[in-house]
Design a protein around this ligand. Structure first.
Ligand SMILES: Nc1ncnc2c1ncn2[C@@H]1O[C@H](COP(=O)(O)OP(=O)(O)O)[C@@H](O)[C@H]1O
Ligand SMILES: N[C@@H](CCOP(=O)(O)O)C(=O)O
Length: 323
């Protein structure tokens, strides 16, 4: 559990009052997540999530919050940031940026089957299309520039084979990113962290329906193919080995393509982008693991998982079949 900032009842109530959301009936620190402080907050008006942002600044946050608002207004199921009387959706607690969003119903599908993968694949494509006319711009802050900056920081903690792998993969990704084909990939606002624990399903077992995507705080403008690759690496794999589950991966891609067909270049670049997505999370997990911040309770994710995923993507490049 990550509660970096302890929020008092009085502070939560003050924010609810400012948002005209009624009287606080419960305030509970959330036992998941590693980036921000999150609380479930309830009042007679409904159930909400209060987030205190630990890394993102007041300057960076409008991109994420306005993107969620933009997508929610277009009918994509994402948390809608709550506004005060002036329309402001970015607030503050203890001098840190904070927001209140509606709580999505349901729970996570941590062992997804084809049915779940299809729903997320189609939902991801709908989100990409809905975001295309979003006017604000912000780079993916966990993109190539951050990998270049962070690999030297985590390098001292790696053994020789790991150091060799991370260096070689960074070189491969540098070259890939410099290619004309990558520069021309369709781009727009992407979620960039749409793992199983950032997606909600609601309904009876076996009939769950996608109820929403949340945790947009790694979003940025990048290629849609990168977003798709992040998802495939989490939704469509054998968790023990990191190997792809080709049936689920194909179902995910088919569902995505039923809404937004991939170009020839996107198909060709998928194996390299799956590697990029694995590298991105290997680096961030190494960083969180070896250079942790203070938190009341914090359980960093296992970096070796994404080392295995990366090795598997290199050993067995995967091309989706065209629909
Ligand atoms: N809008 C929401 N609706 C429902 N549950 C949420 C919502 N936002 C966060 N949560 C819950 O809080 C947990 C942690 O949130 P998350 O955004 O992943 O944290 P972090 O920002 O630290 O990565 C999630 O796993 C989920 O259970
Ligand atoms: N999905 C990332 C971790 C990012 O944390 P989140 O709680 O914001 O999803 C990973 O698994 O490494």
């Amino acid at each position: 559990m990550a509660v970096f900032t302890e929020v008092t009842q009085a502070e939560a109530q003050a924010l609810l009052s400012r948002l005209d959301l009624g009287t606080l009936s419960s305030l509970r620190g959330i036992t998941a997540g590693i980036e921000n402080t999150n609380y479930f907050v309830s009042s007679e008006r409904g159930d909400y999530v209060l987030t205190v942002f630990e890394r993102l600044s007041f300057e960076q946050l409008p991109f994420y919050l306005r993107l969620m608002q933009h997508l929610a207004r277009k009918g994509v199921a994402v948390p809608d940031p709550q506004a005060d009387a002036t329309g402001e959706i970015l607030h503050s607690i203890q001098g840190k940026p904070a927001a209140v969003v509606n709580r999505l119903r349901g729970g996570h599908q941590l062992a997804p089957d084809l049915f779940h993968c299809e729903q997320v694949g189609a939902g991801l494509a709908r989100m990409h299309l809905a975001g295309q006319d979003f006017p604000l711009q912000q780079a993916n802050l966990r993109g190539l520039a951050w990998w270049r900056e962070t690999v030297p920081v985590v390098l001292p903690y790696l053994d020789a084979p790991q150091a060799e792998l991370i260096g070689a993969e960074l070189s491969f990704q540098n070259a890939l990113a410099a290619s004309a084909e990558v520069a021309e990939l369709p781009r727009g606002p992407i979620h960039a962290d749409l793992f199983r624990d950032n997606v909600m399903f609601d309904g009876l077992p076996g009939r769950e329906r996608l109820s929403g995507f949340f945790d947009f705080y790694f979003a940025g403008v990048d290629s849609f193919l990168f977003d798709l690759s992040v998802c495939i690496n989490d939704w469509c794999i054998d968790l023990a080995s990191g190997r792809l589950d080709e049936q689920r991966a194909q179902a995910f891609v088919n569902a995505y393509e039923s809404v937004r067909p991939l170009s020839g270049a996107e198909h060709r670049l998928l194996p390299g982008m799956l590697r990029a997505a694995a590298l991105r999370f290997w680096i961030s997990r190494l960083w969180d693991f070896h250079l942790p911040r203070d938190a009341a309770l914090l359980k960093p994710h296992d970096p070796t998982h994404f080392e295995r995923v990366l090795r598997a993507r290199i050993a067995e490049p995967w091309h989706a079949l065209k629909d």
